[in-house]
Design a protein around this ligand. Structure first.
Ligand code: ZN
Length: 497
């Protein structure tokens, strides 16, 4: 710790105090503002913030005085996060969706950011450290306050000053949008899937006519026209146009309403992502064009659109489907995005290694990719490596909750393909995370693993798992650095700047 504080006011004095106290200071966390010095310390069980000097009056914590300088040792709570953001704006999220490349890192556990920070110090893509859906909040029993605060404290602790985003992911209702905006999320992902009509492809022409009438506006705008998107032609016949209108008109109206109500005025410094990916059928290029065109004509400004791509983007496993078809359609989707001036957003991007080089290539390095589940799976792979006994217990518990969990997911998991954990040697357990079926088992049961309680009201696993992760932070950070790093290096291999 020598000389760490010498450049600050009272530096020599503070340096000596810290040396005498034996505090375990995070070296990247040392910052000064005016006459005050801030840093974070590792207290084994938890991290704490220390504020020396007059600013300590703004923080909650245990106050003391040493050699005439006031200081406080402060818990990492919401109030202190807000104060820290005021003192050091780099710890607050910014808008990143309009940047060339951005990458979402859903950290369900609130412990993944150190590994992500190490990685993103090496890449020019902007990370979205805070990214959660309301569903994920419920399943992990966390709050949006907590999701934001975690990123604030880790960016401060590990010295990440290049800017990161916060994504209120897959929000559906006005109440949820207001919740996220009021806390300072810098990106809203609007999920209008409940307004997207399903089963329209199967309607007969007669049934279709009963449900939709084409207005003159639609006819003039789309029929007998060829839209040239960098050489790919998008055109509509009357039947296709009717079906497209029927499927998307309510979703477009809802999206426009949300934009006008919350974002148009600029009151919130927030980007807007349109997600139409949570549907049963892939978004055709015609549909993608129609949605983007209608929203643009309605005056909606947005930074990204997430279409549903062909094939399957199942949770936590590689792409399933015809990669040549994916490539052909990606070319058109990317051209549509460029035509309107937004970026493509790739959802369920965890582990889609077969697609990344193509995405990097056809977007010309302008993309948003979201991951979430894979960060959780790496945390569980760490458990398998560090504590095989605990992992076996969790694994068997997941099997017992699988039928409940699968109701909420579209997965093709086959439990019979997962070896019995009692027959595997300890050092074979991490290998389970190379098997799609085992990955999906652990992926979709995370809510039960993290929040179920026993008959005495104690968590079955939550506390044990968090203790393990706390004690082995470096192991998990290494795993994320490598695993998310593989995502990024493949994406970057597709383009050159
Ligand atoms: Zn999505």
């Amino acid at each position: 710790m020598e000389n760490l504080f010498l450049s600050c006011a009272n530096g020599a004095q503070i340096n000596k105090l810290i040396e005498d106290s034996g505090l375990n200071v995070y070296p990247f966390s040392v910052n000064s503002k005016g006459n005050s010095v801030y840093f974070m310390i590792n207290c084994t069980q938890e991290d704490m913030l220390v504020v020396y000097g007059e600013d300590c009056a703004n923080f909650d914590g245990e106050g003391a005085e040493a050699d005439g300088i006031e200081y406080k040792i402060c818990p990492l709570n919401h109030h202190n996060a807000l104060e820290l953001k005021k003192a050091f704006p780099f710890t607050a999220p910014i808008r990143v969706l309009g940047k060339k490349r951005s990458f979402g890192l859903g950290d369900r556990l609130g412990i993944a950011t150190p590994g992500h920070i190490r990685l993103f110090k090496e890449y020019d893509a902007y990370p979205v450290f805070s990214q959660q859906s309301i569903r994920e909040l419920n399943l992990t029993q966390r709050t949006y306050e907590d999701v934001l605060d975690v990123a604030t404290f880790y960016t401060f602790r590990d010295g990440y000053k290049d800017g990161y985003g916060a994504d209120g992911d897959h929000l559906k209702t006005e109440a949820d949008i207001e919740y996220a905006l009021s806390l300072g999320f810098t990106m809203i992902t609007l999920d209008s899937s409940e307004h997207i009509k399903v089963g329209v492809e199967a309607l007969t022409a007669e049934e279709l006519d009963k449900r939709v009438t084409l207005t003159d506006e639609y006819r003039q705008r789309y029929l007998n026209k060829k839209f040239d998107l960098e050489g790919s032609i998008v055109e509509f016949d009357e039947d296709t146009l009717k079906r497209t209108v029927l499927i998307y008109q309510d979703a477009i109206a809802y999206t426009t309403h949300i934009y006008n109500k919350y974002l148009a005025s600029g009151k919130y410094d927030c980007d807007f992502e349109i997600s139409i990916d949570e549907t049963a059928t892939p978004t055709t290029p015609e549909q993608h064009f129609f949605v983007a065109n209608e929203l643009t004509l309605s005056g909606v400004s947005f930074q990204t659109v997430a279409p549903r791509f062909c094939g399957e983007f199942q949770k936590g496993v590689d792409y399933i489907g015809d990669i040549a078809q994916f490539e052909r359609e990606l070319i058109v989707h990317a051209a549509i995005a460029r035509h309107f001036g937004y970026k493509l957003s790739i959802h369920s991007g965890s582990d889609k290694f077969a697609t990344f080089k193509l995405i990097g290539k056809y977007t010309g390095g302008r993309f948003h990719v979201k991951t979430a589940g894979t960060n959780w799976l790496e945390a569980m792979r760490a458990v398998a490596q560090i504590n095989p006994g605990l992992y076996r217990e969790v694994h068997k518990y997941a099997l017992s909750r699988f039928d409940d969990a699968r109701k909420f997911y579209h997965v093709t998991t086959d439990l019979t393909k997962i070896p019995d954990v009692d027959t595997l040697e300890d050092d074979k357990l991490p290998w389970l995370f190379t098997l799609n079926d085992a990955r999906q088992l652990i992926h979709i049961t995370y809510g039960y693993i993290l929040t179920d309680k026993d008959e005495n009201g104690n968590y079955v696993f939550r506390d044990k798992l968090y203790t393990l992760w706390r004690e082995n932070e470096a192991v998990y950070a290494d795993m994320l650095y490598n695993h998310i790093g593989k995502h990024l290096s493949l994406l970057y291999s597709g383009f050159e700047e």
